[in-house]
Design a protein around this ligand. Structure first.
Ligand SMILES: C[S@@+](CC[C@H](N)C(=O)[O-])C[C@H]1O[C@@H](n2cnc3c(N)ncnc32)[C@H](O)[C@@H]1O
Length: 243
């Protein structure tokens, strides 16, 4: 698929299409931080609707976009090529894919660690037959000499706690089942990048990483394949552009 729409301002570039097509046009060593949330491919584990009292039913059928398999080996050489030598990578992932991210990226970077987002309001399990899905994993990689903005030891925990996105932050039209809280993304990008740095999100959804980047004076490049999510991201991110 080719890039269908592209918008460029001083602070951001947004493109609608397949990130693997777009990524070839990004110059070598030009990105300070890759902060992205690719599909987890969990729709394949769906067991249908789980009915919850007083809440809408839940299931893992996130959408068509979650079905095409994500192969970290397809991304590792692109990410290495475009990342500055002092850059950082943070990728949201799930239990079924974390091993693949490790296998593809660990040997290519000096350090591979993980960060946990603890959701304080996960969906309940009314039959008490397993743990709540209250944590999401974010794998992170960097090389020696990378940029890091820690102040004190207690800011260095690989853990962040916040509720999942609720209204008014959560969009209702379009509704994106995987919209991430801007607070969490801001926490990561403040640690791992500086002002005017370029943040890249090849799977931007409704643009939460872009909002976090612009709110914190970073530049942003985002790609999204689905036209409705792309249009929502364009609107949200455009609202933060004061350049
Ligand atoms: C987990 S969601 C990201 C949600 C985002 N963090 C947010 O807060 O809105 C992953 C997104 O990647 C998009 N996507 C899937 N395959 C893609 C591809 N090859 N290129 C660009 N975007 C893609 C999907 O349409 C989906 O919106």
């Amino acid at each position: 698929m080719h890039i269908l729409k592209k918008i460029k301002t001083k602070q951001y570039t947004l493109a609608q299409g397949d990130c693997l097509d777009y990524i070839n046009s990004i110059p070598d060593k030009s990105i300070d931080l890759i902060l992205t949330d690719p599909p987890y491919n969990i729709a394949q584990y769906s067991t249908g609707n789980i009915n919850l009292p007083g809440r809408s039913a839940l299931n893992n059928d996130l959408g068509e976009w979650d079905l095409s398999p994500i192969d970290p080996f397809e991304f590792v050489h692109h990410f290495k090529r475009i990342l500055k030598p002092n850059g950082n990578i943070f990728v949201f992932t799930s239990y079924n894919l974390i091993g693949k991210w490790h296998e593809a990226f660990d040997k290519e970077f000096d350090t591979f660690q993980f960060f946990v987002w603890h959701k304080t309001n996960p969906a309940p399990k009314i039959f008490k037959n397993g743990f709540l899905n209250s944590c999401e994993m974010i794998v992170c990689m960097w090389n020696k000499g990378h940029k890091w903005n820690f102040g004190k030891q207690n800011e260095m925990h690989n853990f962040f706690e916040s509720p999942i996105c609720m209204r008014p932050e959560r969009l209702s039209d379009p509704k994106h089942p995987a919209q991430k809280p801007v607070k969490l993304l801001e926490h990561i990008l403040k640690i791992a990048s500086g002002e005017q740095d370029v943040v890249f999100d090849p799977f931007m959804g409704v643009g939460s990483t872009g909002v976090a980047a612009l709110k914190n004076n970073r530049r942003f490049i985002g790609i999204e394949i689905e036209p409705v999510f792309f249009d929502a991201a364009k609107k949200r991110i455009g609202g933060y552009d004061n350049g």
